[in-house]
Design a protein around this ligand. Structure first.
Ligand code: ADP
Length: 577
């Protein structure tokens, strides 16, 4: 119960009891007044009339006015009969008085009348005594009633007097003591008030305050400094660069490795805004760069590694940005307080990757010559200069030719890929006719298309402008699109090759009616070595990745639209001259 309610109830009860006491006292006083008035009205007047009549009797023989006085008082007495027996006594006075009137000189009648009057007085005196007893009873019951009510009032007041001050005072005293404890640095002090009144809320606030103070106290300065040194040593001993930023991108710390690669001094960095430093330092600019909104095609691409001169050589790093959030003491919501930028040194992996690429490049290059001579030998065999071949031998040479063609394609792709990976794409960009590129590609896929009896529909816009392209590489991409389309089409399927004018250049697209590509893999097919699970394993998974590199290296864009079971449309766009 709230203290306000407690006070209201206590004082309200006291007020009601005092009111009741007043009412009871007033009622008893009123009853007493009634009793007194009764005595006055009923009996005192009779005694007065009787007295007057006695005096009149004494003078009745000498004073003629006494008759009149007696008559008047007797008449008034007859109207003031209030007690039992009073009427009869008055009647006796009346009777003897009538006789006296008839015999005024009678010597016995005045005596009789005096006796009657004394009887009348006696009746009223007894009545007065009785009423006085009643009044005394009333006074006694009044005293009892008032004393009872007053006792009740006293008890309630006593209860309030004992309880209320302690109810209010005890928590205040406890609070005062606890504040004293806190002032004396005893931060473990807590208040435990039960109930839901103002004091329990006060206790909750006090406890939160004490908790925070305890936390601050336990993390005192020297401890904080030791912890800070420990953390700094830890970060400094990390072999990879680490930079800490606060929520406003001010640099909080940077380890030795980070300082080394930025080429700045620690003093120039600490406390400075990374955004300001980024203006003059390229590396810091790259480090604080947020992820840009990437388009659908680029999203799956791995974050590019950073090439930085470190350890006396060109090194490669991968950036990782970790957002730091905390839940402040006594609160519930998470709060962002900054970021830690970690640079992972991936140079050893890169070196291995280079070695792999070089190996692939060398092997695929070296393989090209023997494969070409195998093909030459096959041609000689087919020309029959070396003698006629029987059907079985022809079949064998045919299959050797197919395999060596495939080998040549694979080595070509591996070579292209190694060029792409080493960044050695040699582009020969010229003004090229889109029609010529298309024709070049169509000639190259004529044979496989015929073998699979594919119906090809070619639709081109007239008067398309020339494009800025490396003829050979662009044709390679189109051939790759067409080869894939043929491969994933049914026997006697249908292909649509389109050349359309686009706002900035020309769009080349190849549409097939094959099995289509599941949306889960649509973004991945341009990744190196990726093959849709369950698709033909004869390829290398490199064709589309190389295509993407070739087209993007020429400043163009590449993409696919496909639904499973609805065929696919691969396209690329090149800028006009
Ligand atoms: P591969 O040499 O394995 O064909 P690509 O890079 O050319 O490599 O293609 C990658 C994957 O994309 C393939 O494994 C295939 O599953 C899928 N793909 C490419 N073209 C098509 C197409 N026209 N229809 C359906 N799937 C395709």
């Amino acid at each position: 119960m709230k203290i306000k309610t407690k006070l209201r109830l206590g004082l309200g009860a006291l007020f009601c009891l005092i009111l009741a006491l007043g009412l009871i006292a007033a009622r008893h006083v009123y009853i007493l007044k009634q009793d007194t008035e009764n005595i006055l009205a009923d009996n005192y007047k009779t005694l007065d009339y009787t007295q007057q009549m006695l005096l009149a009797i004494d003078e009745i023989k000498s004073n003629p006015k006494a008759w009149q006085i007696f008559d008047d008082n007797l008449g008034q007495q007859q109207n003031n009969i209030t007690e039992t027996g009073e009427a009869e006594a008055t009647q006796k006075v009346q009777d003897h008085y009538e006789l006296l009137k008839a015999d005024p000189l009678s010597s016995t009648l005045p005596g009789l009348i005096r006796k009657d009057l004394a009887e009348l007085s006696q009746i009223n005196m007894q009545a007065i005594l009785k009423k006085s007893d009643i009044a005394v009873d009333s006074v006694e019951s009044a005293i009892v009633g008032i004393v009872l009510t007053a006792t009740l009032c006293f008890l309630v007041a006593l209860t309030l007097l004992i309880n209320l001050p302690s109810n209010v005072g005890n928590p205040i005293r406890e609070l005062t003591d606890s504040i004293g404890e806190i002032a004396a640095k005893n931060y473990s002090k807590r208040l435990h008030f039960s109930g839901k009144d103002e004091f329990s809320r006060l206790a909750a606030s006090f406890n939160t305050m004490a908790e925070k103070l305890e936390e601050y106290d336990s993390s005192n300065l020297s401890q904080i400094l030791i912890e800070k040194k420990r953390t700094e040593a830890l970060i400094n001993n990390m072999h990879e660069p680490v930079i800490g930023l606060d929520e406003n991108k001010n640099i909080l710390f940077a380890n030795d490795e980070a300082v080394k690669i930025t080429g700045m001094s620690l003093g120039d960095m600490l406390g400075k805004s990374a955004v300001d430093l980024a203006v003059q330092n390229d590396l810091i600019r790259v480090l604080i760069q947020e992820k840009q909104g990437l388009n659908g095609l680029a999203q799956h691409a791995a974050a590019p590694s950073l090439k930085i001169y470190a350890d006396d050589k060109e090194s490669y790093f991968e950036k990782e940005v970790v957002d730091i959030t905390i839940i402040p003491t006594g609160e519930r919501q998470k709060k962002f307080i900054g970021q830690v930028i970690l640079l992972k040194n991936i140079t050893p992996f890169k070196e291995l990757d280079f070695a792999k690429t070089n190996f692939i490049a060398t092997v695929s290059h070296k393989l090209k010559t023997p494969i070409s001579s195998i093909k030459m030998s096959l041609q000689l065999l087919e020309s029959q200069q070396t003698g006629a071949l029987n059907d079985e031998q022809k079949q064998l040479t045919e299959s050797i030719k197919e395999d060596s063609d495939r080998l040549l394609k694979i080595t070509g792709e591996l070579l292209n890929m190694s060029q792409v990976e080493t960044g050695n794409i040699q582009l020969n960009i010229q003004s090229s006719s889109p029609y010529a590129i298309m024709q070049y590609a169509l000639d190259a896929v004529k044979l496989p298309m015929e073998q699979k009896e594919i119906e090809l529909v070619v639709e081109t816009d007239p008067d398309l402008p020339d494009v800025k392209a490396d003829m050979e590489k662009t044709a390679w991409v189109l051939i790759n699109f067409l080869t894939n389309a043929i491969r994933y089409s049914q026997q006697e399927g249908r292909l649509l090759l389109e050349l359309r004018g686009a706002p900035t250049g020309v769009k080349f697209s190849v549409r097939d009616e094959g099995k289509g590509i599941d949306s889960r893999y649509r973004n991945k097919i341009f990744d190196r070595y990726f093959q849709v699970p369950g698709s033909s394993k004869t390829g290398t998974g490199l064709g589309l990745a190389i295509s993407k590199e070739f087209i993007e290296a020429q400043g163009g864009g590449i993409g696919v639209e496909s639904e499973i079971g609805m065929g696919s449309t691969f396209y690329f766009e090149l800028a006009k001259v």
